[in-house]
Design a protein around this ligand. Structure first.
Ligand SMILES: Nc1nc2c(ncn2[C@@H]2O[C@H](COP(=O)(O)OP(=O)(O)OP(=O)(O)O)[C@@H](O)[C@H]2O)c(=O)[nH]1
Ligand SMILES: [Mg+2]
Length: 325
């Protein structure tokens, strides 16, 4: 695979950019892949949102990732670090969009840009630029590392790097409204054991500086969401490999591969996009919407899926809540 950098497709002024943020192996691409697959067949997709990759190659990557995750159902023990090398060989941003299909004129897209973990780990200038223009940021955090080895969490989850990136990138466009979603992956074990509160508290302690960025800025709203991208694995043990890296291994639980709550971040992004559009600069658009109420159904779906539907998976709410309504 060529290591060349591919530019994301041109974005239109009314698109909202969604950037995936987090070091190698935390589960960014897995989240995108399961989010896409789950959403595509959902009731919501039939009721007003569509989501489609803008590029065949990227579609293939998402599909393969989803297949890889599904195959984990069959292995007795598995260590995510073993196939991380493969993941980080794709430096190109993924490019797929969620678009509202009700009305041609009012069409708006959520553009997802996946980033390789190195962008976060090395505080790459590209990452600051991508984030500065992001309406939505999805910061993925590996909950197993956080819970089992909190002392190593900064190294593998990049708590301080994320804080540095957010504070600087957001100050580049301070007036821009943004939604920041902290998404905890690899947390099946803790959800099933009823350790949600402990997970929440640990996250709050380790990621405090980044959380504070959201809490102290009226242009920002944030949520912490736990997702199960496989639903069929359980944390089993950690050990140090010959190269000094720590490996967290998972075993299958006997449950079926069944991602849960993976589309909650997508509905939050949709809800934020609709709210932004309603606040829009285009007075004519606002008038059009008020007369015809075309976005009412979409709003209802997004609100339901992020409030009642999301239930126990939403662990924290922070920042300026009015940005979502
Ligand atoms: N147990 C468990 N494993 C997961 C979960 N999500 C992802 N993984 C595994 O974690 C590994 C890394 O996931 P990726 O999605 O490739 O991570 P990434 O953040 O995109 O990594 P880079 O592209 O290298 O930055 C993969 O082997 C996945 O199978 C999860 O929810 N539970
Ligand atoms: Mg990836």
């Amino acid at each position: 695979m060529a290591e060349e950098q591919k530019e994301p497709a041109a974005e239109n002024e009314r698109d909202i950019r969604v950037v995936m943020l987090g070091p190698r192996g935390v589960g960014k691409t897995s989240l995108l892949a399961t989010m896409y697959a789950t959403f595509k067949g959902s009731e919501a997709a039939r009721r007003g949102f569509s989501i489609e990759p803008l590029d065949d190659d990227q579609y293939k990557i998402l599909k393969e990732k989803h297949e890889d995750l599904r195959r984990l159902e069959e292995v007795p023990e598995f260590c995510p670090a073993d196939n991380m090398l493969e993941a980080s060989q794709f430096p190109s941003p993924y490019d797929f969009a969620m678009r509202f299909k009700d009305n041609e004129d009012q069409e708006r897209e959520l553009r997802f840009i996946d980033t390789p973990g190195e962008y976060t780990e090395d505080l790459r200038p590209d990452m600051f630029d991508l984030l500065a223009d992001a309406g939505v940021v999805i910061n993925v955090i590996d909950a197993s590392v956080m819970m089992e080895m909190p002392d190593l969490s900064d190294r593998y989850n990049g708590h301080s790097d994320v804080h540095r990136l957010l504070i600087k990138a957001f100050s580049m466009k301070p007036e821009m409204n943004r939604l920041v979603l902290f998404v905890l992956t690899k947390c099946e074990t803790y959800l099933k054991a009823g350790r949600t509160q402990e997970m929440r508290d640990t996250f709050d302690r380790l990621h405090r500086q980044a959380i504070q960025v959201i809490e102290t800025n009226e242009h920002l709203v944030g949520r912490t969401i736990a997702v199960e991208t496989t639903g069929c694995l359980s944390f089993s043990r950690y050990y140090q490999r010959d190269d000094g890296e720590w490996c967290f291994s998972f075993t299958k639980t006997g449950m079926k591969f069944l991602p849960r709550a993976v589309d909650v971040p997508l509905f939050y992004a949709g809800r934020f996009a609709l709210a932004e559009l309603r606040r829009g600069r285009f007075i004519l658009h606002r008038w059009w919407r008020e007369i015809f109420g075309w976005d009412k159904e979409l709003r209802t779906v997004c609100e339901e899926e992020t409030e009642n539907g999301a239930g126990e998976y939403v662990l924290m709410r922070m920042g300026n809540a009015s940005l979502l309504d």
